[in-house]
Design a protein around this ligand. Structure first.
Ligand code: ADP
Ligand code: MG
Length: 260
């Protein structure tokens, strides 16, 4: 663990926290009339675990991740993150908590297309307002270090995000998610656009740069499971899938696990 991280943890009350994610009686529906897409009685993730969360398309994985990073709010129940209330915070408090503590990599990467790589990353530092960096020179040095760890050249710093290849966008999205040294990393299907070789090298880089964070990595691709020690199928968590066609998938997943 680097010094800035130790210092930063020492300044927050989560210094002794052992549970990164704690979900209780969580329900979410996109409208009042529809039945919940997500319905989870209890889910806890210990701090520091890297969890592979799998499930078929449409089973509510992205919806759950949006609830975990506060871009959606529960219809019922509660989410605590880093042993602090999260879902009960005001929108403004939740945005602040997310900017400081959660690195998010969405399927579409969500870089701001007309900004350069450096500007995209600087924006994340600005919104987190964590005080990790003394000045812009420090941010630039940390950005170059991250880019190098992700096997990207510093020469990309002034490149506009919309001029990057998919593979480069993906790594810059990871760099942006990590620049504030987040305790939680939420990653949604980042490898869907990659071939097998590129996927392998991306996964080993991600595991390497995320060693200090708790990570929830979502994919419908069961082949990605081998990169993770901790596995969770959304069908085991999400009761809303019980009386739908997904129960068939759930049985298939359980049978497969039983045979292995
Ligand atoms: P996954 O990530 O597992 O593919 P999602 O969480 O994206 O699944 O979607 C779960 C269900 O919620 C799907 O039936 C999808 O159509 C529905 N859904 C997703 N986003 C919205 C939305 N913004 N409004 C209404 N329904 C949605
Ligand atoms: Mg999804």
């Amino acid at each position: 663990m680097n010094l800035s991280r130790q210092k930063q943890r020492g300044q927050h009350k989560d210094v002794e926290c052992t549970t990164a994610i704690d979900v209780t009686n969580l329900q979410f529906a996109y409208s009042k009339e529809s039945k919940p897409i997500v319905d989870i009685k209890k889910w806890q993730v210990p701090k520091g675990e890297h969890v592979f969360l799998s499930g078929p398309s449409g089973s509510g994985k992205s919806t759950l991740l949006n609830l975990l990073c506060g871009t959606l709010t529960p219809s019922k129940g509660k989410i605590s993150l880093l042993e602090q209330p999260f879902s009960s915070l005001s929108n403004r408090q939740r945005d602040k908590f997310r900017a400081r503590n959660i690195g998010v990599v969405f399927q579409q990467f969500n870089l701001i297309p007309y900004l350069s790589v450096a500007q995209n990353i600087n924006a994340a530092v600005y919104f987190a307002n964590k005080g990790n960096y003394k000045n812009s020179k420090d941010v630039a040095a940390a950005t170059c270090q991250l880019l190098n760890r992700l096997q990207l050249s510093d020469s990309l710093l002034n490149t506009k995000a919309d001029a990057l290849s998919i593979g480069q966008q993906q790594r810059i999205a990871i760099a942006r998610a990590l620049i504030n040294d987040p305790q939680l990393l939420i990653v949604d299907e980042p490898t869907s656009a990659l071939d097998a070789d590129a996927r392998d090298s991306f996964m080993s880089l991600l595991k390497d740069v995320a060693t200090d964070s708790t990570m929830i990595f979502v994919s419908h691709d069961e082949a990605m499971k081998s990169y993770f020690e901790h596995h969770c199928s959304i069908s085991q968590l999400n009761c809303s899938l019980d009386d739908t066609t997904f129960s068939l998938n759930r049985d298939t997943i359980k049978c497969t696990q039983g045979r292995l």
